[in-house]
Design a protein around this ligand. Structure first.
Ligand SMILES: [Zn+2]
Length: 225
């Protein structure tokens, strides 16, 4: 019995070294990255689906967001972006895709375009969170993911570190398109939307290029400030 208990303890210790046995948010013991309580809270946050419409050069664009930038969503996004916690990223992608699937007005999207990050930020962070979120949508739809079709060539401060006026002014003339796009319904994906200036800059750029053929544009972000 004693030997069996020791073997079991060694086995559990080894497993605890190899796998995450606590919730990444509340640190309560859990066999998944999020405990049931945090999972339900995050899921409940996504039930209220925020939506607003803006007009850009006479074209109506619907903007959808998974949630406000607060609580579990904010904490997980911070862990994902700044601490490179892939479990936090996986949890966000799972609920982001689940929310997307509930939105029938996005069923007909055929092209997904993540908002690019500047090459310098990409090198520092090692990834662009919008690419990863967009990829989770691509896996749950009949659409094509276009990475690197547009680039951000002007370095701007992280959104969280800039004030409202700076955020409004900085995105103009910061993006370039590398190749023309043809889409019936294009979905632009980003992690956070604040003033909407980044989105407006990208859509204005797409509209200005006569080689693009895009019938409809929608925007989906993980959260809105
Ligand atoms: Zn928890």
């Amino acid at each position: 019995m004693y030997v069996a208990r020791i073997v079991k303890q060694v086995f559990q210790f080894t497993k605890s070294l190899l796998f995450n046995y606590e919730c990444i948010l509340c640190r309560e013991s859990s066999d998944k990255s999020l405990c049931q309580h945090c999972e339900e809270s995050l899921s409940n946050e996504s039930i209220v689906y925020k939506r607003r419409s803006i007009i850009i050069n006479e074209q109506g664009v619907n903007i959808y967001s998974f949630n406000h930038y607060h609580d579990h969503t904010k904490k997980l996004l911070g862990m994902f972006k700044y601490e490179k916690n892939h479990l936090a990223g996986e949890a966000l992608c799972y609920y982001f895709a689940a929310t997307f699937k509930r939105q029938s007005t996005l069923e007909d999207i055929d092209m997904i375009l993540p908002v690019p990050s500047h090459r310098l930020r990409y090198l520092v962070r090692g990834f662009n969170q919008a690419d990863i979120l967009a990829n989770s949508i691509a896996h749950n739809s009949n659409s094509t993911l276009f990475l690197n079709t547009i680039s951000k060539y002007k370095y701007t401060k992280a959104q969280a570190q800039s004030d409202f006026t700076t955020r409004q002014n900085q995105p103009m003339n910061t993006f370039r398109q590398k190749s023309p796009l043809k889409a019936n319904h294009l979905l632009i994906v980003d992690d956070v939307i604040t003033t909407g200036a980044t989105i407006k800059a990208i859509i204005s750029m797409l509209q200005a290029d006569g080689n693009n053929q895009i019938n409809k544009i929608s925007v989906l972000t993980l959260c809105r400030v």
